[in-house]
Design a protein around this ligand. Sequence first.
Ligand code: AMP
Length: 191
Amino acid sequence: MRLVLVGPPGAGKGTQAALLTRRLGIPAVSTGDVLEGEIAAGSELGTAARGVMQRGELVPDDVVERMVAARLGRPDAAAGFLLDGFPRDCAQAEALDTMLAAAGRRLDAVVSLTVPDAQVLERIRRRAAEQDRVDDDEATARHRLQVFTEQTAPLVARYRRQGVLVQVDGTGSVDEVAERVVAALDAKVGR
Ligand code: AMP
């Protein structure tokens, strides 16, 4: 199954991605994690991306598109994958469609997790206290939410038009949300 998980920062995408991939037996591909890994490794890419990420802005499309193409080309992604944090804007969505079409494939479903802004900000604040992310202070959190609203949220309409959108209420406990996602996917693609 080829899936994309879309949602605002702090919507619980990473947590749900981990649960889903275990359940579905497909790898999770998180561009945020790959970029954090590049920063930790001190690579050229990581050094270039760090400032952009600290400001809560998007790393250039061509950089993440190349990262994703390389990752999806690995053998473990041949039977399916769950993308978390990609695509993030329309150009990336088009690049993904092109990548998949070149291999004769398409997305099976795009899960959009919806969480009200106030809850998202509260979750990010809590996470900032617990984790050591480069981009979790208050001002950056607000900016990331704005970037999501302006650049990523329009993807929902695109995927609705394509007939692959699955909208899921992202509020409540991790388990409740996971159950909703699985039920919605079952209904959509008959997994
Ligand atoms: P995330 O962990 O998905 O919230 O990503 C953390 C940060 O990594 C984002 O705020 C962006 O700066 C960068 N990033 C992750 N995925 C992408 C993407 N698909 N396109 C551009 N930037 C990204």
